[in-house]
Design a protein. Sequence first.
Length: 388
Amino acid sequence: MNSGSKICKVLLLLDYTSEFERNLLRGIVKYSNDHGPWLFYRLPPSYKDTYGDSAIVDYAKRWKADAVVGRWDNDAIDLQKELGVPVIIQNYHHRRITCSNLTGDYASAGHMAAQFFIRKGYRNFAYFGLKNVVWSEERKNAFAEEVKAIGGKLYCFEYEKKDSSMRTRLYRWLQSLPNPVALFCCDDENALAVSEICMMYNIRIPEQMALLGVDNDKLMCNISCPPISSIELNVIAGGYAIGELIDRMMQTGKLVRNDIVITPVRVVPRQSTDKYVFEDKYVAAVVERIENEYNRIVTVEELLKDIPLSRRSFEIRFRQATDTSVYKYLLQCRCRHLADLLLTTRRQLIDLAIEVGFEDYNNVSRIFKKIYGISPSEYRSMRKSVIL
């Protein structure tokens, strides 16, 4: 391997067609700008399709690549052993044991999706994903755990990547789902496929079906009608971590297996999930008001002034529907928005606390820690800002 004094040459086996891979590259390039310069060369999937896997190995050797990052599906070739350089593979069907994986905390995304829908009152849930794909399977399993925990019903549809009949079968499955239903898709590409079928066959989103994807691919999400809500991942930070790993292995001369784990950051809501479905109309009204006015509401009394029930009677109904009190729900809502701002801005905590409605700044850290288990500053540091 090269020493740290030489320019690092990185071979990229990436597509660039998705927001995920573009953000991954942004992170790697940022590391290069901070610590390089590095040289990059991309071999798109079409190169492998035309010339085969062995041609990629030959090219990496001829170019004298110092590291390889991207997709590699051939289990018969141990790419890191073959090239003798750091290799970070974007896992698809499974995680590898012979090199570092670009992987993810897929279970956390599944938990996040279910909790997001549960807060909106859903009790019917659906999952649409890919068979025998590790990130889809683990998202589905975690989603199912949350649904089971509240006694909800889950409907699943999974398909093989090259299934030519998928859209026909998907349409029939979508028509069979109960109304309303909360549908979580394994990624934004598949969520867009659902949206297109729903638009064609007059399945109304979000009135009949709430729709949520993963990756927050802004182009895919916003060409949908309505735009699709999605889980944002800290992919840029993951790309930066890939740069750090490659640099460390080059400096030490040791090929180690050290997985890079992409974590979910937050749900980015759009119109595809813009509906609350609590059976109790008073609970639905209060939840919707909290979500829309969380930074302006001062007291619970103010919040309940138009509800024709005693506070005690309403609190009982609210807890039955949401598993928490009105006041705690308000605090949780404020903290969710505070968490978003911590990750997407570099502003001071006191300014953010005031923006989301906390009047007593001294209590913000205590409340936040009680809900998230860590302080706001620790949360910002651990999650790594999506504006890295």
